[in-house]
Design a protein around this ligand. Structure first.
Ligand code: SF4
Length: 115
């Protein structure tokens, strides 16, 4: 099976062609080794950093922006969002504060302070 991808590792955005066989993934079109690594991961174990907001319970109409500290498997993104939907935090919070621990393999951290 062949798959066309655009490398998202840097702004150059190389067009990649991944040839997927039982022997592995062969990548062409990459201008550097990072593109090959990206394409192989995308074809075998795609991961994403999830960004979202959570409600701040002690501030009127305030949400805090959060993200996964590490990329999580792409098929677990909705599980992360489901966990965040029912999560509330209390201000003050600082950048890097942990909102939830170990959700689908990653902590959820604050990305913007709420005083
Ligand atoms: S293959 Fe290398 S140069 Fe091309 S977009 Fe990816 S990281 Fe950038």
């Amino acid at each position: 099976m062949k798959r066309n991808l655009v490398c998202i590792i840097c702004p150059r955005g190389c067009s990649l062609l991944a040839d997927i066989t039982e022997n592995g993934v062969t990548v062409t079109g990459n201008a550097c080794p990072k593109g090959e690594e990206y394409a192989v991961n995308e074809c075998t174990n795609p991961v994403r950093t999830v960004t979202a907001t959570v409600r701040v319970s002690n501030r009127h109409n305030t949400m805090a922006s959060v993200k996964t500290a590490m990329p999580v498997p792409k098929d677990k993104m909705m599980d992360v969002m489901k966990a965040l939907r029912s999560t509330q935090i209390e201000a003050p919070v600082a950048v890097g504060d942990i909102v939830l621990k170990e959700i689908c393999g990653s902590d959820i951290i604050v990305t913007k302070a709420v005083l």
